[in-house]
Design a protein around this ligand. Structure first.
Ligand code: SF4
Length: 311
């Protein structure tokens, strides 16, 4: 028996192509896409405007399956952290950070990470595997459900005007969880396209951020294929220190990384600004002038607030 196809793995274009193979029109794909992502529906029988015969067929050959929640912790300030199981052996962390004017979801892109940054507990675990597009966007799908955002338009309407982006509980997504997103490029870009698509989550490019440790060729590809906001984790002001803290720097040293960042900004000047992240308090205090004077760019602190349990 053939394994059921995971519909969360498709962006709109991919779902239209898959429906075409079934002999179905593009609008059917968009209908199903809206049920899945807009309304958080994972039961084909609930898709009432989809033809009954198609629903029956989808039940036989397809599935809508997000990661499974294994642990759910809420801090005093409302920050919520989940451990989501992605298969029998791997789990990833997803964090929702509520603030007065926005709600940010931090999602993972890999189970483990191969880049082995000196300060990072995920890197110390080693690399297990890339997450599929469905497992990446599935974190957003599931968080919306667990937060009561999916199908809860009434609750969204009760929010004070301007409190959240268009009344969304999750107004921003950052790929800053486990893994290096640009090392899982194709699946990440498919997930990004779903986050941006009006038939799915309809977030603006400014509100979706990819955080990278600096894989230069992939930064150039992202600029061409899906230029969302970019955060670059620098951690050090010079190659000598960065080589030790962020080993990928030995392959793509700071001068190459900065050149890639310039190219990225040229593609979308002023619209998708890079964010120069410095984690260490020592560096933030003592080294910022080195960055600002030599590169001539403003450095912003992480746009995700630091929570006690976050590293
Ligand atoms: S790239 Fe990110 S997740 Fe991977 S080891 Fe470095 S800091 Fe950790």
């Amino acid at each position: 028996m053939t394994a059921a196809v995971s519909l969360l793995d498709f962006d709109v274009e991919g779902l239209v192509a898959w429906f075409a193979e079934l002999g179905e029109k593009p609008f059917r794909a968009r209908q199903v896409m809206r049920w899945m992502h807009h309304d958080g529906v994972d039961d084909f029988d609930a898709m009432t405007d989809v033809a009954r015969s198609l629903r029956a067929r989808l039940k036989e050959i397809a599935r809508i399956e997000a990661p499974r929640p294994l642990r759910d912790s809420v801090s005093q300030d409302g920050t919520r952290k989940w451990l989501f199981g992605v298969d029998g052996a791997n789990a990833v962390e997803t964090v929702f950070i509520p603030e007065a004017r926005r709600g940010t979801l931090c999602v993972s892109s890999q189970a483990g990470c191969a880049l082995d940054c000196a300060f990072c507990s995920t890197g110390k675990q080693g690399f297990s595997r890339n997450l599929s597009a469905g497992e990446i966007v599935g974190q957003l799908w599931l968080a919306n459900k667990l937060l009561g955002a999916a199908r809860d338009r009434a609750a969204a309407d009760e929010l004070e005007a301007g409190e959240k982006d268009n009344g969304r509980i999750i107004s921003n997504v950052v790929l800053m969880g486990m893994g290096e997103p640009l090392a899982n490029f194709d699946n990440v870009v498919t997930a990004l396209r779903l986050m941006l698509d009006d038939h799915a989550y309809g977030l603006s490019r400014r509100r979706v951020t990819v955080s990278t440790s600096g894989i230069v060729p992939a930064i150039d590809r992202l600029r061409e294929e899906c230029p969302v906001a970019l955060a670059v984790s620098l951690h050090a002001p010079d190659d000598a220190l960065r080589d030790r803290l962020v080993p990928i720097n030995q392959k793509y040293p700071l001068a190459e990384l900065m050149a890639a960042c310039r190219r990225y900004l040229e593609r979308a000047p002023g619209r998708f600004p890079g964010r120069w992240r410095i984690r260490s308090r020592r560096h933030r205090q003592s080294r910022v002038p080195v960055f600002t004077s030599s590169w001539g760019w403003p450095i912003s602190a992480p746009d995700v607030p630091i929570r006690r349990w976050m590293r």
